[in-house]
Write a protein that binds this ligand. Structure first.
Ligand SMILES: [Zn+2]
Length: 553
């Protein structure tokens, strides 16, 4: 998730972006706060978060939270002030290191602690931040972000968090920078009885407190990006299963609302074939130690690591609709498939900067087509991806602005997926392509990466320089146009609307049975038309390009 081009959702999102802070599209409008949020500031760069020990008491009665985070870090270099992010209107109560209260200053959504104890390079230190307040409320989750104070249809309190883009610091203090993930994390959430809280990783301990609350202590034993850490508290039922996968036995745990238990048992049968498909194409599920979970949420869904939030109302498609327009998308549950794909694309391999969020969404969109391919064959998978082109806007580049927590165009979904599908055609070897997808997940296992690393890996392992292809689709709004003319027995062709040096090969058909691979550049080239070829040319539809018959003026 996060930006799905249903028309209503996009319209709502556009309004939110216009009003909000997280998604400013205009370069001129970026602020000092955006830089503090989105860049590796000097006050962040000298330390590496290694463990977050998060304890939060959640009070639905007055929509407030109170808690602490013990931030353990390794000192990388000369220390100065320490930036810890916590968004307004939350308040820090104190910061403590080695038993000593620290002074700090606030600059909007960032706090700067003045450390007293020596910070020797290589040392491991802990600072504990105590805080409280009424966190920003998400009104259109998961599109905006914050806390969701809801109730289920029986009137039971139902609380969740969703904060992709906005950032985890909307509800807990941490280094809100994708490039720095802790190696592990505790998530201990205290909720009023009889609520049950389901967070990421595995449940280690349940403690019943005297004030009629219960603390659910979850533990993630792998690196996790901040926006994936989540509260899901409600009146849950629980059932479990096991999946025999590439790395052994993976535990599956499902947390539907109690009154959805039977429905969930039926709908969540889709999980095993989905996992089998994705393991085949992308490699082992990345979090065997933490398990796989689906947790029903009062919002559409989010890829919360090892605890995917599910709110698709147990319908196939995207809220019962097919985003591809082919009918294929109605055969399976979009949220199960798309959000689970993020366990590989986004959670296992995480962008260092939101500007490269295509690493998450282009591959997750492409994974939808892969799932359809696993279900119904290669042709069906291709039709799903091709069908989703109708959602492409070509409004702005897919890659956003770096260093200011800026996401590019929502085209990172459908156009990005079609870019990957096009690249598969260029490579022209499905096993090699599958090896690249698996190799990315193996090479960048549990890492944060730049888009450049991903692009270079694909080029290197394809044995083809794809840099201009990536540049075209990721950084411009122009779709390559194959311009051609037929004169006598000759076909003339070239690329237009492309970046300099763009020379993507493309398959064209002269008849239903007669095709060839052209290697156009921006300069006119020609070839002799095959005997008996009809005077029309069709580009193979698997390539996301436009055509123009230049002999027609
Ligand atoms: Zn997504």
């Amino acid at each position: 998730m996060r930006r799905i081009a249903s028309i209503t959702a996009l319209a709502a999102l556009a309004q939110l972006l216009a009003a909000g802070t997280a998604g400013a599209q205009d370069k001129e409008s970026f602020t000092h706060a955006d830089t503090l949020r989105g860049s590796n500031t000097p006050e962040r760069a000298w330390w590496d978060a290694t463990f977050y020990d998060l304890h939060v008491k959640v009070s639905p009665a007055d929509s407030s939270i109170r808690g602490r985070n013990g931030i353990t870090y390794r000192v990388l270099g000369p220390a100065g002030e320490m930036q810890i992010d916590l968004q307004e209107p939350l308040e820090v109560d104190s910061m403590v290191q080695d038993g000593r209260q620290l002074q700090y200053r606030r600059d909007g959504n960032a706090f700067f602690a003045r450390l007293v104890a020596p910070q020797e390079e290589g040392a491991s230190k802990t600072i504990t931040v105590y805080y409280h307040g009424k966190p920003r409320v998400a009104l259109h989750a998961p599109w905006d972000g914050g806390f969701i104070w809801a109730s289920d249809s029986l009137g039971n309190a139902w609380v969740a968090t969703a904060n992709e883009g906005l950032g985890a610091s909307v509800w807990w203090p941490m280094k809100d920078l994708n490039a720095d993930e802790p190696d592990s994390q505790r998530v201990a959430i205290t909720v009023p009885d009889p609520m049950i809280n389901v967070s990421n990783g595995r449940l280690r301990r349940t403690t019943h407190n005297v004030d009629r609350t219960t603390t659910y202590e979850w533990f993630v034993s792998n690196p996790i990006n901040g926006y994936n850490v989540a509260v899901n508290a409600g009146s849950y039922a629980h059932f479990s299963d096991k999946f025999k996968g590439e790395k052994g036995t993976l535990t599956l745990d499902f947390w539907p609302l109690k009154y959805h238990l039977d429905t969930a048992r039926a709908q969540f049968r889709q999980v095993k074939p989905m996992l089998a498909c994705f393991e085949h194409w992308f490699g082992p599920y990345p979090w065997y130690e933490d398990g796989y979970k689906l947790v029903e949420a009062p919002h559409l869904g989010m890829e919360h690591q090892s605890a995917v939030a599910y709110g698709n109302h147990y319908l196939n498609g995207y809220l019962g609709r097919d985003l591809s327009g082919t009918g294929l998308g109605l055969k399976w549950d979009f949220i199960i498939v798309h959000e689970s794909a993020h366990e590989w694309w986004g959670n296992n391999i995480t962008d260092k900067d939101a500007a490269d969020m295509w690493i998450h969404e282009s591959f997750a969109n492409y994974a939808e087509g892969i799932f359809e391919e696993c279900r119904s064959g290669k042709e069906a998978g291709a039709q799903y991806i091709i069908g989703s082109r109708r959602n492409i806007q070509n409004d702005a580049p897919i890659v956003g602005h770096f260093g200011v927590n800026n996401e590019g165009s929502g085209d990172m979904y459908y156009k990005g997926g079609n870019m990957l599908h096009t690249i598969r055609q260029i490579i022209g070897d499905d096993e090699k392509w599958r090896g690249i997808l698996r190799g990315l997940n193996q090479t960048f296992y549990h890492q944060t990466v730049t888009g450049e690393q991903v692009r270079d890996y694909i080029s290197e392992h394809a044995g083809i320089d794809l840099s201009k292809v990536f540049q075209q689709y990721l950084t411009t709004t122009d779709v390559p146009v194959l311009e051609y003319r037929m004169v006598g027995d000759s076909l003339f062709y070239r690329w237009t609307d492309v970046v300099p040096g763009f020379a993507m090969p493309v398959k064209v058909w002269f008849s239903a049975s007669d095709s060839t691979i052209l290697r156009p550049t921006q300069t006119w080239q020609s070839m002799a038309l095959p005997n008996g070829a009809r005077p029309e040319l069709r580009v193979d539809e698997n390539y996301y390009v436009f055509t123009k018959d230049a002999s027609v003026s």
